[in-house]
Design a protein around this ligand. Structure first.
Ligand code: PBG
Length: 352
């Protein structure tokens, strides 16, 4: 057969060579680990997200140390308030659950990067991300409460605030409020491209934040739209966002890539609750190899262009990465005895 073609398999023949030409690598510094804190002591499992728990501050403090042992240096906080009211008061209360958790985290590990989710949906009985008048979610009156929430987090010691409400103008409102109160150095990671997604289902059980009426389609984006993602991101950058986010991740890899190509700022991908639950459920059935699937998904998000991976798998993935660093079966003995090595030597022998 006299056919000419490229031999792409050459560079796949040896494990060390595959490692060497690998274009994308996961690192534990990529991860931001979402956590749910509650006023009650102890731990309570989130049934739809095996491995995820609501943590009382006692257990939360313990977990902070477990994370640093794994090399995870960044968390994203969500709170379960003691009371929900129409003004979402606990969202910006000095002794709110998130504010207390920020202080606790800083006491346990001052070097931990503590990011907070800024939203109202877990703090009002309507379960919407802004203030509700009748059956409408009102944009402009929500801005002050969101800005107050971000400010209260910064005051408690948060290193970074991440508004997830999708009200227009919230980045400008939060930036101005932070700046006028002396928090010019506090960065904003905007949930700039957040779709109205069915993949948030398990989270709403976890955060007790399901809307009591309607849905989030008047403020979160239509999953069918990609050009609109560029508009949302551009507005947030104009208003003062330091970093952007695409959420969910798996069904929106093209959007991560589009943002990557358009903007120079760091981009986060949020590997959301439904994505986590699907993998866990299939793995529990023995239908997929959880470890391999998790690493493949996270690698895909990074390859698509994400710098930061917000994922409930952070602890598992940190362990997998550590184990990968241990030299595997590609040791010298096997290389010497392998038939591939012998063939190669024969192939390159000088012709004489
Ligand atoms: C709050 C918020 C949500 C998520 C993060 N922040 C839920 C929602 O918008 O309904 C989703 C996280 C996940 O599904 O893992 N607005």
């Amino acid at each position: 057969m006299n056919v000419s073609f490229d031999r792409h398999r050459r560079l796949r023949s040896h494990p060390a060579l595959r490692e060497m030409v690998r274009e994308t690598r996961l690192h534990v510094a990529d991860f931001m680990y979402p956590m749910f804190v509650m006023h009650e002591a102890g731990r309570a499992p989130v049934l739809s997200m095996p491995g995820v728990e609501h943590l009382g501050l006692d257990e939360f403090r313990r977990e902070i140390h477990a994370l640093s042992e794994l090399g995870i240096h960044s968390i994203l906080l969500f709170g379960l308030p003691a009371v929900k009211d129409d003004l979402s008061s606990e969202a910006y209360a000095q002794d709110g659950i998130v504010q207390r958790a920020i202080r606790a985290a800083k006491e346990e590990n001052p070097r931990l990067l503590v990011a907070t989710d800024v939203c109202l949906c877990a703090y009002n009985p309507a379960g919407h991300c802004g203030i509700v008048h009748g059956d409408r979610i009102v944009n402009d009156v929500s801005l002050e409460l969101l800005a107050n929430t971000a400010l209260s987090h910064a005051r408690a010691g948060a290193d970074l605030v991440a508004p997830s409400d999708m009200m227009d103008g919230r980045i400008a409102a939060i930036r101005t409020t932070l700046d006028t109160n002396g928090y010019v150095e506090t960065p904003i990671l905007s949930y700039s491209v957040k779709y109205a997604s069915a993949f948030y289902g398990p989270f709403r059980e976890a955060a007790h934040s399901a809307p009591s009426f309607g849905d989030r389609k008047t403020y979160q984006m239509d999953p069918a739209n990609a050009r609109e993602a560029l508009l949302e991101a551009a507005s947030d950058l104009d208003e003062g966002a330091d970093m952007l986010m695409v959420k969910p991740a798996l069904a929106y890899m093209d959007v991560i890539r589009a943002l990557r190509e358009e903007f120079a700022v760091p981009i986060a991908a949020y590997n959301v609750s439904g994505e986590y639950a699907m993998v866990k459920a299939a793995a529990q059935q023995g239908w997929i190899d959880e470890r391999a699937v998790v690493m493949e998904m996270l690698t895909g998000m990074k390859r698509a262009g994400a710098d930061i991976l917000i994922t409930y798998f952070a602890k598992d993935a940190a362990r997998y990465i550590k184990e990968q660093d241990v030299p595997d079966s590609c040791g010298i003995g096997r290389w010497r005895n392998g038939s591939k090595a012998t063939n190669r030597r024969k192939h390159h022998r000088p012709m004489s």
